[in-house]
Design a protein around this ligand. Sequence first.
Ligand SMILES: *Cc1c(COP(=O)(O)O)cnc(C)c1O
Length: 404
Amino acid sequence: MTNSSNTQYFIDLETKYGAHNYKPLDVVIHRGEGVWVEDVEGKRYLDCLAAYSAVNQGHCHPKILQTMVEQAQKLTLTSRAFRNDQLGLFYEEVCKLTNSHKVLPMNSGAEAVETAIKVVRKWGYQVKGVPEDQAEIIVCANNFHGRTITIVGFSTAEGSRAGFGPFTPGFKIIPFGDAQALEDAITPNTVGFMVEPIQGEAGVIIPPAGYLKQARAICDQNNVVLILDEIQTGLGRTGKLLAEEHDGIEADLTLIGKALSGGFYPVSAVLSNTEVMDVLQPGDHGSTFGGNPLAAAVARTALKVLIEEGMIENAANLGAYFAEGLRQIKQPLIKEIRARGLFIGVEFFPEAGGARQYAKKLMARGLLCKETHQHTLRFAPPLVITKDEVDWALERIEQVLTTA
Ligand SMILES: *Cc1c(COP(=O)(O)O)cnc(C)c1O
């Protein structure tokens, strides 16, 4: 066997030279197309993780690829010291699509979160009149907003925080899905409430019906900025462009990332539908790569194909079909199945002994997914999946869950 088709060779390289901050399944992927990926030994898998929803448009979408290549041959980076001919078009298109007024482009999701934190704090001091350095932001238990020091500082996952203090002050943690807790936590110094419409990393946790509407009303009554982190739930995943549409609300700040580039490039953005963004002046905030022409061009096409190729409707229809199929599986160790669009969590009782064993068995049968929070399997394939492919997946999931 040559090295290039030897799975263990690549695993050994990673183990020897890489930081061990991940525990991946031992599959070494070398190409992908649509919902399918292939490993170095030529084995094919249906990807039911979709890079944590960054490849909603499917692997190596041909139109995004074409834009990527064409733009890369023309211009990749100017820095924001100069303008480029892609950024304004990206702004206009994303604003029209999401009904926003202003956009601030960044790269990773965590940077979008950090940006929102800076913006609401400044808004709090300049507009709301909060005394200097007293601004409070409310977040939810079991949140996942990224990995910077500030962000992990308000995580409730001990593994994310342990050993990394001291942390940034100014955050309050309340239970997720509890509108009364939000109301009780607000003080005159509260500037923002940041929440995921559905908690993804926590195991696809869907809040009680009406929760986001109540949160919207409470924020309005108390002059608090509502920040929705739609980095995972956004861009079609739940069967709507943004998950907030399920609740008929609009956030003041919406964070998007991941699928904003269809997996080609790190592109994130803070969308604003209020004057909140106007507190930023030249020099207040920035990023060398944020808003670069390659990112803007790729994001424009990534958004375009999401809409033009009906991926959002497909997520709604096949998500419901996928979840219904899962509910037919007779396995008493399944505690709950939670689904909205193609964002699906299957939670097992602790007696099952953790969800990772199932992820490994599914991998052996050609389906890639990953456990999240120990007892939950998340199924979130690219939104281009077909009914036949969902059936293919369901067959394998049923086999794995019903044979000892
Ligand atoms: C992935 C994710 C982030 C962080 O994005 P990165 O690009 O990994 O920094 C933030 N919030 C949510 C909800 C996410 O799923």
